[in-house]
Write a protein that binds this ligand. Structure first.
Ligand code: HEM
Ligand code: HEM
Length: 127
């Protein structure tokens, strides 16, 4: 999951900076909340998680790592789609925001449990 997390985090990074760029050139500052969370929950958090999984193989081989990956990557897009539309004045998918946010919070709690259970001092794997 380490490599998968790092690869998908770069996708969020590209989307996040393109959105920031669009906001800068078109004065669309109302989208800051989407931009900030795509960059921070997408790029930054997922890259950090990916590096931790890659450095500590016992956290990576746990099923909790897979569950974290999928919940994080289902919840964040749902939350961002709902928030993007809401901030554009369309509340039809607003219900996706709390659903997505709950899924992301559960994903992060599972990540924390995985680290407490499985993060041990071990040789860094060289792949
Ligand atoms: C080319 C890259 C980027 C551009 C053009 C850009 C542009 C912007 C713009 C226009 C705003 C709104 C500022 C405002 O409302 O006053 C903003 C806010 C923000 N950006 Fe970016 N951004 C970029 C990359 C990033 C990255 C890589 C991150 C995080 C890893 C990031 C994190 C944030 C955060 C957290 C805010 C909200 C700041 C606040 O609450 O005041 N941005 N960005
Ligand atoms: C499920 C997880 C999260 C939820 C539901 C959440 C929710 C929120 C909410 C409701 C706001 C206020 C938005 C506003 O006033 O416009 C906010 C702002 C912010 N959050 Fe989060 N957040 C989450 C995770 C994070 C994480 C992990 C980070 C950093 C790594 C972060 C960084 C920020 C920043 C920088 C702002 C200010 C951005 C702005 O000016 O709009 N958030 N968040």
């Amino acid at each position: 999951m380490g490599v998968n997390f790092i690869k998908i985090s770069v996708v969020y990074f590209v989307i996040g900076v393109i959105l920031g760029y669009y906001m800068s050139i078109s004065n669309a500052y109302h989208l800051t909340g989407v931009h900030a969370h795509i960059n921070l929950l997408g790029w930054t958090s997922m890259t950090l998680a990916g590096i931790i999984y890659a450095l500590f193989p016992k956290t990576e081989s746990s099923i909790l790592g897979k569950i974290h990956f999928w919940l994080h990557n289902i919840g964040l897009p749902l939350m961002m789609i709902g928030l993007f539309l809401l901030l554009q004045g369309n509340s039809s998918l607003e219900f996706l925001i709390p659903i997505g946010a709950t899924i992301v919070v559960v994903a992060v709690i599972i990540f924390a449990i995985n680290l407490f259970l499985n993060l041990k001092k071990e040789a860094i794997s060289v792949k």
